[in-house]
Structures are given as C-alpha cells and as structure tokens.
Design a protein around this ligand. Structure first.
Ligand code: TYD
Length: 139
C-alpha cells in the first residue's frame, strides 16, 4: 500500500482565473490549527528529515514543484508535488524529506497542532526505534 495519500482540492474557474478553498474538518481531514509556507528555498537545499509523534499535516505546492519522500519505517514512497489542487496528507509517525525544490516553489503546509518542538523526532534511528516500539505495542 502506498504511503502517498493525495487529497484533491476543488476549484472554481471562470474568465478571471481560479479560486480554491480549504476548510478544516471538511476537505482537510482535521481542524487546522496552524499554517506555514516554505519559499525562497535556495538551490540544492533539502528540508524535513524528521517525523512527528502526533502532528498530521497536509502539504500543498502552491507554485512550482518539490519532491517528497515519505517513510513509515518499513516502506518508502516518493511523490512529486506540482499542483495547487493536490494536498499530500502526511500522517503522524511519518519520516519526511523534501528535495528538488524548483525555482519559485511555494509549499504551503497545514498542521493539526500548534508548533511544539517536543513533537518532533529528528533522529532517524530514534524514529525507527519508536516505530518498532509502537508495532510491538499494537501486536
Ligand atoms: P522545521 O519544521 O524543522 O523545518 P525543516 O525540517 O524543513 O527545516 O522548522 C525549521 C525551524 O523553524 C525550526 O527551528 C522550528 C521553526 N518553526 C517554528 O518556529 N514554527 C513552525 O510552525 C515551524 C514549522 C517551524
């Protein structure tokens, strides 16, 4: 099963252009507590390299493109985000890396929680250990 879950965002288009709407607990499957965006990303820079214990996110590439690697500790999938009408749903306990930001890329991220550094796992080996621990707890 692919880790890539894309939410299609509807838009209204007329001769003036397009208008797309995002609503928490409607087309976005959680209450949106925070939004942030990455822009002016320097050439060759990759970001992410962390997972969140609790936080869920939706990433929408409003302009340009970038490549996500998602990793749940057992599988990895890659997806190119290049449309303002596609939201990538990133579950909790998902290692993510973002590579290949195009020129002028604007990446919007919607988050289910306020910023909390304690929710981050920034060490890949600790992430793998946490996944193993959760799995043994579930079994
Ligand atoms: P981080 O989430 O680590 O982004 P990346 O993995 O792409 O580098 O955030 C970078 C820095 O910004 C980090 O010091 C935490 C800070 N930050 C906030 O203060 N508030 C926020 O909402 C976010 C997302 C980050």
């Amino acid at each position: 099963m692919s880790l890539v879950k894309i939410i299609k965002i509807e838009s209204l288009g007329d001769e003036r252009g397009n208008l797309a709407t995002i609503e928490g607990n409607n087309n976005i499957p959680f209450d949106i507590k925070r939004a942030y965006y990455l822009f002016n990303t320097e050439k060759g820079v990759s970001r992410g390299f962390h997972a969140h214990k609790k936080l869920k996110q939706i990433a929408i590439c409003l302009k340009g493109s970038c490549k996500f690697i998602l990793d749940d500790g057992q599988h990895k999938d890659t997806v190119l985000l290049c449309s303002p009408l596609e939201g990538l749903f990133i579950e909790s306990m998902m290692w993510r890396e973002i590579h290949e930001f195009s020129d002028e890329c604007i990446l919007l991220v919607l988050a289910s929680e306020y910023y909390d550094e304690d929710d981050y796992i920034r060490d890949y080996l600790i992430f793998l250990k946490e996944v193993e621990l959760n799995d043994s707890f579930v079994k």
